[in-house]
Design a protein around this ligand. Structure first.
Ligand SMILES: [Zn+2]
Ligand SMILES: [Zn+2]
Length: 134
């Protein structure tokens, strides 16, 4: 089980299953949403996601049709996103997780959209768009 929360602590949740398809997304939307070079995201089953508190303290933004990003209304921390094409999944922002996680990242995606000031390092595969299979 993983414990997670936003920056101010108003939003707290637990993850009861494994985190799948951990990727670093370098697309321009993720860069702006995180205020950083990339987003670190992983998928959890909606049935494995449990709000402890603060569900009503989330704001949403539909960044592209059917794709909704959730963030804390108080501190602005990005929490997760959901796509209507995969309603059984939640895409978690991994920086919210307080515990060490056992799953490993699998890829960099939208690598050719990266900021010109970023060097992508390491041995993970880099894909110009989504990872294969999405
Ligand atoms: Zn917060
Ligand atoms: Zn992205």
């Amino acid at each position: 089980m993983y414990k997670a929360s936003c920056l101010c602590g108003a939003v707290k949740f637990h993850l009861h299953g494994t985190i799948k398809n951990i990727i670093f997304c370098h697309c321009s939307q993720c860069r702006k949403a995180q205020g950083s070079a990339f987003a670190a995201n992983g998928i959890v089953n909606k049935t494995d996601f449990e709000f402890i508190q603060g569900e009503n303290n989330l704001s949403t933004y539909e960044s592209s049709p059917g794709q909704t990003r959730y963030f804390c209304t108080t501190c602005g921390a990005p929490i997760m996103s959901q796509n209507i094409k995969a309603p059984e999944q939640i895409r978690i922002r991994l920086g919210t997780i307080e515990s060490d996680i056992t799953e490993k990242p699998m890829a960099h995606i939208f690598s050719t959209s990266k900021a010109n000031w970023e060097d992508i390092c390491g041995d993970l595969p880099q894909y110009p768009e989504y990872e294969p299979g999405r």
